[in-house]
Design a protein around this ligand. Structure first.
Ligand code: PA5
Length: 438
């Protein structure tokens, strides 16, 4: 992958933060900054390599004969898997041996889950439940329903072979259930937070079940780890450069970053990225708000604002150089749609001109542009991208002087929800919230 910051020259001098960004990168390696008990992701690609044979062996066994697997999880226990599957399954169709992967417990929609349960009735299916805490409401509710359905459909004994759990080594309700029921399980390391967990069993197990080349994913991340180690100079450290550029833009009042793509296969990479940066940076009234657009689609909805609205935006575009297929426009006798001037050109060629034209227009509209260029979309390049962003996020959090590895703000909605639901232990909050709502 390449990081192209040439489009920033007329807006900011990001190199003024080069020394500091390299120092912050060192802090991540030395464990000398805030949240240093959650730095297990820094050398995770190395540890993941060692875990691969076991994950692949268990996954092969578990998915055998299943035509559908429901992956239950939310936030960091869901977004990485979804990102890879959206990216790769849209262009590399699954083989007949690959099970269909469906998601549950990533929201509380009754309609969605009702339809899912009904769809599963005619399927030969299993469950992967992922929750580090083992107590998150959304996945816990989905698991309760799905486990009951599985037992009804296949019986208690058989259902035990169809459930795989990924959770904390010792703590939480899910670990207790694993111990009682004897489910196959994997451990989420203590020192890796949810949004940094794609290279732990959280991401690797469901992706292996889906038939994704997790070895290539880990290798991509590994290469990026090697390219941004404690001693890598700024000029070679893409994560440090991206973090410095974002920080320089933030200091100039650019408080919103839009991650754009010109291929909807990257839609969920942006969703993963939004959690990574949003939960890591957005605290103490600081941080860049992470937003995303799929282009050219959203040019027809968000294009006006990006071009001409409040000037507090900058854009990071992920651009894919090579397309896996070719759709060539052919000349037609009647040129009623006036497209004959494009005959012989591919749809991807048109998309690339649209991309260049769009980014130039945005720059003219005073939107600074960062370009992340990847040769093609693959498990390997996704691995590079994930580690690149994770490292940049850690550096960025330290530049902002926040703890990038906690998420105290996430608890606020949970407290109110538990109070409204009348959860035992929340009696005081229930009284207060009811009086506030009436
Ligand atoms: O980043 C985080 O820690 C959160 O978004 C969690 O990933 C999310 O809440 C899911 O938590 P758990 O895996 O404990 O169910």
């Amino acid at each position: 992958m390449k990081l192209n910051l040439l489009g920033l020259a007329e807006f900011i001098d990001y190199e003024q933060f080069a020394v500091t960004a390299v120092e912050k990168n060192k802090m991540l390696h030395q464990g000398s900054g805030a949240g240093n008990d959650f730095l297990g992701w820094v050398d995770l690609p190395q540890r993941a390599k060692e875990e691969l044979p076991h994950i692949i062996e268990v996954s092969k066994r578990f998915r055998k004969n299943l035509d559908c697997i429901v992956v239950i999880g939310i936030g960091g226990s869901y977004l990485g898997t979804k990102a890879v599957l959206t990216a790769l399954r849209s262009q590399i169709p699954m083989t007949t041996e690959d099970p269909e992967i469906l998601f549950a417990g990533h929201h509380l929609s009754q309609e969605y889950h009702t339809q899912l349960f009904s769809y599963l009735k005619s399927k030969n299916w299993g469950i992967v439940i992922i929750s580090k805490s083992g107590t998150t409401t959304e996945p816990a509710i989905a698991f309760r329903f799905l486990r009951t359905s599985l037992i009804q459909q296949f019986g208690l004994e058989e259902s035990r072979q169809r459930i795989l759990a990924i959770t904390d080594a010792k703590r939480g309700a899910l670990r207790s259930l694993v111990n009682t029921e004897g489910y196959e399980s994997f451990v989420i390391p203590d020192d890796v937070g949810g949004r940094f967990s794609i290279l732990t069993p959280v991401g690797l197990v469901p992706l292996a079940l889906a038939g994704i080349d997790i070895g290539a994913l880990v290798q991509g991340a590994y290469n990026q780890m090697e390219n941004s180690n404690a001693d890598t100079p700024f000029k070679q450290n893409l994560s440090a450069q991206y973090a410095a550029a974002r920080y320089a833009l933030y200091k100039e009042g650019k408080g919103i970053e839009i991650l754009s793509n010109f291929n909807p296969a990257l839609h969920d990479v942006a969703e993963w990225w939004k959690q990574l940066f949003g939960e890591s940076e957005g605290k103490d009234q600081k941080g860049i708000f992470p937003a995303s657009v799929d282009l050219t689609t959203d040019l027809h909805s968000m294009g006006q604002f990006i071009q001409d609205g409040t000037r507090q935006l900058f854009e990071t575009a992920i651009l894919i150089e090579k397309s896996e297929s070719d759709l060539i426009l052919k000349e037609q006798d009647s040129d009623l749609d006036q497209l004959n001037y494009l005959s012989g050109k591919s749809m991807d060629y048109v998309n690339k001109q649209a991309a260049e034209g769009t980014l130039l227009a945005h720059k003219d509209g005073e939107v600074p542009i960062i370009r992340i260029e990847i040769e093609k979309l693959s498990a390997f390049t996704l691995g590079e991208i994930f580690y690149f962003f994770e490292k940049a996020c850690g550096i960025s959090g330290y530049l902002l002087e926040v703890n990038p590895f906690d998420q105290p703000g996430v608890e606020a909605y949970k407290k109110n929800m538990f109070a409204l639901l009348g959860k035992p232990g929340f009696e005081e909050e229930t009284k207060t919230i009811k009086s506030r709502l009436s």
